[in-house]
Design a protein around this ligand. Structure first.
Ligand code: NI
Length: 172
């Protein structure tokens, strides 16, 4: 496995739409492994391929408790097939926006269809944190960041702060 460099916002590469994978083959499985390693190294709970410079519809997630055994998941072409009317608020962060957090409101429960690591079509239901992470990562595949779901004022504060840190070489 390899540790991949993370793209830090603001960056035009994070604003692009990713393309579906045609098949979950060895190459995609390797990408998922590398993304998981990168995510764990950064203490993240989700990561999308565009964050490591691959404009592919691939995400990895692990929302298991810190003290519990890891539960790594790799999803290709994830697609929201149902979302609860009830909403929930989470203080979200993102590995592409290090140490920046904001409250984001999203559906409390979702169902997502995807291709698993064996290229089998599956569905997963998630509530609370898992629902939020699934939606946050699927957003990345559309070029949407969590700051795109908060007020323009708060978004600009966060992005300007990151821009300044990037210029200072904080993330080189
Ligand atoms: Ni993110």
């Amino acid at each position: 496995m390899a540790h991949l460099p993370l793209i830090i916002a603001p960056d035009p590469r994070l604003k692009k739409r990713s393309v579906p994978v045609t098949e979950v083959d060895a190459r995609i499985n390797r990408l998922m492994d590398d993304m998981l390693e990168t995510m764990y190294a950064a203490n993240g709970i989700g990561l999308a391929a565009p964050q490591v410079g691959q404009l592919l519809r691939v995400i990895v997630i692990d929302v298991s408790d810190k003290d519990a055994p890891p539960e790594p998941m790799g999803l290709a072409n994830p697609e929201l097939v149902w979302a609860d009317e009830e909403q929930i608020l989470y203080n979200e962060g993102c590995l592409s926006l290090p140490e920046q957090y904001a409250d984001v409101v999203r559906p409390k429960a979702v169902r997502v269809r995807y291709l698993d690591r064996d290229n089998q079509l599956r569905e997963i239901a998630g509530t609370n944190l898992l629902a939020t992470v699934l939606q946050h990562e699927i957003d990345h595949l559309e070029g949407t960041l969590f700051v795109d779901r908060i007020s323009l004022l708060k978004r600009n504060i966060i992005l300007r702060r990151l821009q300044k840190l990037k210029k200072a070489g904080e993330y080189d």
